[in-house]
Design a protein around this ligand. Structure first.
Ligand code: FES
Length: 161
C-alpha cells in the first residue's frame, strides 16, 4: 500500500473566495476542487473537510469526486518528483532496473511513493510518447531519455532542487 502524507494547509482568503464563487452553482464540486488544486498544488485533506462543511455536504461526496478523477492529487507534492515510464518500449529497454536503482538511491522502500524526508516522490507512468528515447524518465517534468542504471546517481545529483 502506498504511503500518503497529509499536511495541514492554511484556509486562505482565496479558498473562501473559491467557495463563495461556486457554492450555489450546479456541478460546483469539480470547479471548486480544480480551483483548490490550483491554489494548493493538490487537494489537502483538511481543505476537503472544510469545503464539505462549508457546502453542508457529506465528506464522502467530496472524496467520490476527488478520487474518481485522476486529475486530482490527494497527496502532498514532494520537492522533487521522478517519474519512470513503464510503457512497453521503456520496459523492454530496462525501465524496471532504472526504477529499482532510483528507489535504492533515493531510499524509497517497497512500493512507497515518498522518501522518508519527503524530498523525493517516485511514480511509475505510462508511455509519454518518447519511445524512441526509451527508457525515459521525467525528473521534475524534465524529460530524460536513454537512461542507464549507471546514470541514476548523476541525474539525482544534477537535477535535484
Ligand atoms: S513506452 Fe516509454 S515513452 Fe513510450
Amino acid at each position: 500500500m502506498k504511503s500518503i502524507i497529509h499536511t495541514e494547509e492554511p484556509i486562505t482568503d482565496a479558498l473562501h473566495a473559491i467557495i463563495e464563487r461556486w457554492k450555489d452553482e450546479e456541478g460546483n464540486l469539480i470547479m471548486i476542487f480544480h480551483a483548490v488544486q490550483k491554489e494548493y498544488g493538490y487537494v489537502p485533506r483538511n481543505v476537503a473537510i472544510f469545503v464539505a462543511e462549508a457546502l453542508e455536504i457529506p465528506l464522502a461526496r467530496v472524496y467520490e469526486i476527488t478520487t474518481f478523477y485522476n486529475y486530482f492529487n490527494l497527496e502532498t507534492p514532494a520537492e522533487n518528483t521522478v517519474a519512470v515510464c513503464m510503457g512497453t518500449a521503456c520496459y523492454l529497454k530496462g525501465a524496471e532496473d532504472v526504477l529499482k536503482e532510483f528507489r535504492a538511491k533515493l531510499n524509497i522502500k517497497g512500493d512507497a511513493a515518498y522518501s522518508a524526508d519527503k524530498k523525493y516522490k517516485i511514480e511509475e507512468i505510462r508511455c509519454i510518447g518518447c519511445c524512441g528515447l526509451a527508457p525515459v524518465i521525467t525528473f521534475n517534468e524534465e524529460i530524460i531519455g536513454k537512461v542507464k542504471v549507471e546514470d541514476v546517481d548523476s541525474i539525482i545529483a544534477t537535477k535535484t532542487k
